[in-house]
Design a protein around this ligand. Structure first.
Ligand code: ATP
Ligand code: FE2
Length: 323
C-alpha cells in the first residue's frame, strides 16, 4: 500500500511517500524568516502555497510513482499554526477528492514518534519529544501515548530559537547554538524541574539578560547543558517509574549531538538502550505523515469526507490501536 503524506503545520512544507514500512520520498522546504525575526504565520502560509505543487511533483518523481498509484492521502491536521494547517488540509483534501483517494488526518506529534520507532526499531520506549512547539516525555500505556511530563511554558526548541533571535541570528536557532556551544564554557543558569514538568521561560530570560555582558559561546554552551540536563533528568525518572528500558529521542531538537550524547550516557548508566531518530527525520517532514497515515489506515482508521484541522490536537488525544 502507498501513502502520500503532506506536512505543513508550521515552518516546513513537506511531501513524503511511504510504501508500507519503506520511505520512497521525503521532499521538503523550510520557510526562513529574515535574520533576527521569528516565524510569521502568514508568510509561512504563502511559502507553502507557492511550493506545494512543485513539492508534490518532486516527491512523485523521486518515488517513481504517479499519484494514481497511491492508496491514501495523509496530512498533518494539527497541532500547528492555523494559516499553515488550513493550506495543508485544503491541499490534501483537494487531491483526495480529485483522484478519489482515502483522506487520513495525522497528528503531527504522533508522526514524530512513529517515524522514530520505524527507523530505530524501538519497541516500547519512553519518548523524549523535543521540538519548536513541544517538549514532552511520553510513554505508551493502555491505548494511548501518555504524556508523563511536559513544559509548563515554552518548548525547548522555541526557547533556543528565541535566544538566538535575540542575539541577531537567523531561524532556526538550534544548529547555530549547537555550533557556538562547542567553543563555550559554563556559566550559571537557572535549572527548573517541577516534578515531571519543566519550565524554560526563566532560563530564557536569564540567558537573554547575559547577552550584553557575556560571550555568546558561553551562553550557548551553558543554556544547552542546563536545559538538556533538565530533559535527561525527567526522561530518566519516567524510565525508572515505568520500568521501560528504551529511550527514543524525536523532534527537531533531537538533531542536537550534545543532547544525544547526554541521553546516551544516562541510558548506558542504567543499562537501557538509547535510540535517536535519524537526522533526516528529526525535523518536520512529509515522510513521517505518510507512514503514520498508512499505519492508521491499515488498522481501521476511517477516512474523513471533508478535510479539517485541529490547532491544539494533543499527543494523548489520539487513540493508538496499532500497538
Ligand atoms: P512541533 O510542531 O513538532 O513542535 P516544529 O514545528 O517545532 O514542530 P520541528 O522541525 O520538529 O518543528 O523542530 C524545529 C525545532 O528544532 C526548531 O526550534 C529548531 O531550532 C530545532 N533544532 C533543529 N536543529 C537543532 C539542533 N541541531 N540543535 C537544537 N535544536 C535544533
Ligand atoms: Fe515538528
Amino acid at each position: 500500500m502507498i501513502s502520500i503524506g503532506i506536512e505543513g503545520t508550521s515552518h516546513t512544507l513537506g511531501v513524503g511517500i511511504a510504501m508500507d514500512g519503506k520511505i520512497l520520498a521525503n521532499e521538503r522546504d523550510m520557510y526562513k524568516p529574515p535574520e533576527g525575526w521569528g516565524i510569521h504565520p502568514g508568510e509561512a502560509k504563502k511559502h507553502h502555497l507557492e511550493l506545494k505543487d512543485e513539492m508534490l511533483k518532486r516527491a512523485l518523481e523521486k518515488a517513481k510513482i504517479s499519484i494514481e498509484d497511491a492508496d491514501i492521502i495523509s496530512y498533518s491536521a494539527g497541532p500547528g499554526l492555523p494559516p499553515c494547517l488550513r493550506v495543508t488540509a485544503e491541499f490534501a483534501g483537494a487531491l483526495a477528492e480529485k483522484y478519489g483517494k482515502a483522506l487520513i488526518p495525522v497528528n503531527h506529534c504522533v508522526a514524530h514518534i512513529e517515524i522514530g520507532k520505524l527507523c530505530t526499531g524501538a519497541k516500547d520506549p519512553i519518548m523524549l519529544y523535543v521540538s519548536g512547539g513541544n517538549t514532552q516525555i511520553i510513554g505508551y500505556f493502555n491505548g494511548r501515548y501518555r504524556v508523563f511530563g511536559e513544559t509548563q511554558d515554552i518548548a525547548i526548541g522555541n526557547a533556543i530559537d528565541m535566544l538566538m533571535r535575540a542575539a541577531g541570528k537567523q531561524f532556526p536557532g538550534g544548529p547555530v547554538m549547537e555550533k557556538l556551544a562547542k567553543e563555550g564554557k559554563y556559566i550559571e543558569m537557572p535549572y527548573v524541574v517541577k516534578g515531571m514538568d519543566l519550565s524554560f521561560s526563566g532560563i530564557l530570560t536569564a540567558a537573554k539578560n547575559k547577552l550584553a555582558s557575556q560571550k555568546l559561546e558561553d551562553i550557548s554552551f551553558s543554556f544547552q547543558e542546563t536545559c538538556f540536563s533538565m530533559l535527561v533528568e525527567v526522561a530518566e525518572r519516567a524510565m525508572a517509574h515505568t520500568g521501560k528500558n528504551e529511550l527514543l529521542l524525536v523532534g527537531g531538537v533531537a538533531a542536537n549531538k550534545r543532547l544525544q550524547e547526554m541521553c546516551r550516557i544516562m541510558c548506558e548508566e542504567r543499562n537501557a538502550i538509547f535510540y535517536p531518530v535519524p537526522m533526516e527525520f528529526a525535523g518536520d517532514n512529509g515522510a513521517n505523515i505518510a507512514y503514520t497515515g498508512l499505519v492508521q489506515y491499515k488498522n481501521g482508521a476511517k477516512p474523513i469526507e471533508k478535510s479539517d484541522f485541529w490547532q491544539n490536537w494533543r499527543t494523548d488525544e489520539v487513540e493508538v490501536n496499532w500497538i
